[in-house]
Design a protein around this ligand. Structure first.
Ligand SMILES: [Zn+2]
Length: 410
């Protein structure tokens, strides 16, 4: 008797709560589908053509590769939903659609919610999951934005790995401390994320004063602010610089500038310079040989590169690696020099200087930050030994997304 009464009470409660939570759907304008996840919730609207394109049945979708396999050579963009049904019984509620091409598709409510066309949902997907939104900073703000992480924790803990990569994506710079002083650190770190990006100069490279240097960086002279490899179409994205030995002389400090911040200043205060620097194609080049292999790299790109929405994608700047070939109309030359000189002076004035210590690994976005070095005395007793490598953003962003989804160590 007790059991029966209790059973009836439970049944009543679950009936009323499922009534309240019942999913419903309707066809709007003969093409769109409006889904109401619960009785009183705001409806989510999905274009019919998009739903049909994204049908998840085995005929239209290859599950293990999570790829569409719909026959797009014959896809009817005029396809219409004919009737709808919703199912509440499943662990996740479902929408079932009958289409004008006699096909049937089912979509779980969770799948639909994750892809809703609401602007707020799309913005948060783009800013949190696709690529974290960048925050630009001035040199004076460097000490507050630059985060430090323990090298060992980054290597051992996925949560710390995620934090480091997130900082790198948002601010373009982060420092790891306490790394061992062996030459394998940059490789181990790169492989913790993915894999090293190889360039003309190899995979790992050593920055120290070298006689007969093939690259301007391999001198003990001051190294003016620049981005690495502006002469590549596919530029290495993130610079990893492991300080193994640091000079005891006064110089040898790193200089860093957020060139996106400098671009913000130009855009606001000197719009003509901004326009010119983001439009005029500059020939960047590098000629030489490494390990007996001769190279001649050229890539033409503006100093400030923008995407279709006017957002910065990358910055190119290098005095040594700007070609004497300048393939622009004559009338562009003098104004471009004026604009470029303004960019260089603003950047120099904003540079933040600091000196890494042995065991520090400085990581920064090479296509956003400008970096340089003050000069130092290089003697036998006073040397500087930095091991570097590059990582690509594709690899970093992918790792970040997997970590955010809760994926573990590789
Ligand atoms: Zn299908």
């Amino acid at each position: 008797m007790w059991a029966q009464r209790l059973g009836r009470a439970l049944a009543t409660r679950s009936a009323s709560s499922s009534l309240h939570r019942r999913i419903s759907a309707r066809i709007v304008d003969n093409t769109n589908i409006e889904v109401r996840p619960e009785q009183d919730s705001q409806p989510l609207t999905f274009p019919g053509v998009w739903l049909r394109d994204n049908c998840l049945c085995p005929e239209c979708f290859h599950g293990s590769s999570r790829s569409r396999k719909l026959d797009w050579d014959n896809f009817d963009t005029g396809v219409k939903p004919v009737s709808l049904r919703t199912e509440d019984q499943k662990p996740d509620k479902e929408l079932v659609v009958q289409w004008s091409d006699s096909h049937e598709s089912r979509f779980s409510l969770q799948w639909l919610r994750e892809r809703s066309f609401e602007e707020k949902r799309q913005q948060s997907y783009l800013a949190d999951f696709y690529r974290p939104l960048t925050k630009h900073w001035s040199g004076a703000e460097f000490p507050t934005i630059a985060r430090h992480f323990s090298y060992e924790e980054v290597m051992q803990q996925d949560a710390v790995l995620l934090e480091w990569l997130q900082s790198l994506a948002v601010h373009g710079v982060a420092l790891l401390r306490g790394a061992p002083l062996d030459e394998g650190v940059v490789r181990r770190l790169a492989e913790r994320v993915g894999f090293i990006r190889r360039t003309t100069y190899g995979e790992e490279f050593v920055v120290q004063a070298k006689p007969g240097a093939q690259n301007f960086a391999y001198l003990s002279l001051p190294l003016p602010l620049h981005t690495d490899l502006p002469y590549y179409e596919y530029k290495p994205s993130v610079n990893i610089l492991h300080c193994v030995v640091q000079t005891e002389s006064v110089g040898g400090s790193n200089l860093l500038v957020d060139a996106f911040h400098i671009a913000d200043i130009l855009r606001r205060d000197y719009p003509e310079d901004f326009e010119r620097l983001s439009r005029v194609l500059v020939d960047w080049n590098d000629i030489g040989s490494e390990d007996g292999r001769e190279f001649h790299n050229i890539w033409r790109a503006p100093v400030i590169c923008l995407d279709a929405q006017g957002r910065y994608t990358r910055v190119n700047h290098s005095v040594p690696q700007r070609d004497s070939h300048f393939n622009v109309p004559l009338a562009e030359v003098q104004p471009w020099y004026e604009s470029y000189a303004r960019f260089v002076r603003l950047a120099r004035a904003d540079a933040h200087a600091f000196k890494t210590q042995p065991g520090d690994v400085l990581t920064f976005n090479n296509i956003r930050l400008l970096h340089g070095r003050t000069g130092y005395d290089d003697t036998e007793r006073n040397s500087r030994y930095i091991v570097g490598a590059y990582l690509d953003w594709d690899i970093i962003y992918s790792r970040l997304r997997v970590l955010k989804k809760g994926g573990g160590s590789q």
